[in-house]
Design a protein around this ligand. Structure first.
Ligand SMILES: C[S@@+](CC[C@H](N)C(=O)[O-])C[C@H]1O[C@@H](n2cnc3c(N)ncnc32)[C@H](O)[C@@H]1O
Length: 223
């Protein structure tokens, strides 16, 4: 089963569940599969990671575990840790991944890992859930747990690139939370990544969806 990480201050950050309401979490995989090019987005993220296959990887905001499942299928020797703030969604992830991935719930503030543990951190559709004032904190934490030379690849909503995506994302933001999606809508995520110390090496790939434009940011912690 997944593990609780206890910190001195276990006051947990308030968070929006994956589909806004806790009662929708059990339907996350189904609803995404009928409304969203989920696998195309996750595959693009995996392709950008250019993995050897023997890395130690962190799936940040692992959710129901689909990205880690795809990674494990394509790279059986990769070691993956998955972290999330939501106990309920980790139960679903555990049902899919069993013990192939190490699952941990944490307080949303300090990642439960030692410095420089990971070669790669991947994160799909998570940063638009994180309040603006916490995005920098979280990115600093990811920077801390990455090895020098390690990489962070993020897939998340960015500045919409078509009129349709602009309207769709405006509606989506109303439902999902205006505040935590604001920096995404303005295309500011790459700036947050840079401010945490990363070198952004690719920030221009995108995929349009029914809810807005998903952008990809590849960055490295320089040696
Ligand atoms: C839309 S879901 C995406 C899940 C999964 N990565 C995917 O691509 O299907 C967003 C996830 O981010 C998690 N999350 C929200 N705030 C977080 C934080 N501060 N740290 C880690 N995970 C967080 C939520 O609990 C949820 O599982």
């Amino acid at each position: 089963m997944w593990r609780h990480h206890k910190t001195n201050n276990m006051e947990k950050l308030k968070f929006n569940p994956a589909l806004r309401f806790h009662w929708l979490t059990g339907m996350y995989d189904f609803l995404l599969s009928i409304t969203f090019p989920e696998r195309k987005i996750k595959q693009q993220l995996i392709d950008m990671s250019e993995l050897r296959g023997d890395e130690q990887a962190l799936d940040f905001g692992i959710g129901t575990g689909t990205l880690s499942q795809m990674l494990k299928t394509q790279y059986p020797n990769i070691r993956i840790w998955g972290v999330d703030v939501d106990d309920n969604i980790l139960t679903i992830a555990y049902g899919k991944l069993k013990n192939t991935v190490e699952l941990l719930v944490y307080d949303g503030k300090r990642l439960p890992f030692t410095n420089e543990k990971f070669d790669t951190v991947v994160s799909s559709l998570v940063f638009h859930h994180i309040p603006t004032n916490m995005k920098a904190v979280v990115l600093k934490e990811i920077f801390r747990v990455l090895k020098p030379g390690g990489q962070l690849i993020i897939a998340d909503f960015g500045k919409p690139v078509t009129t349709y995506a602009k309207i769709a994302f405006a509606i989506f933001r109303r439902l999902d939370g205006e505040e935590q999606t604001r920096a995404n809508a303005k295309g500011q995520l790459p700036n947050f990544v840079r401010a945490a110390g990363f070198l952004v090496v690719d920030e221009f790939k995108h995929i349009n969806t029914a809810f807005g434009t998903v952008t990809f940011i590849k960055s490295v912690k320089e040696l």
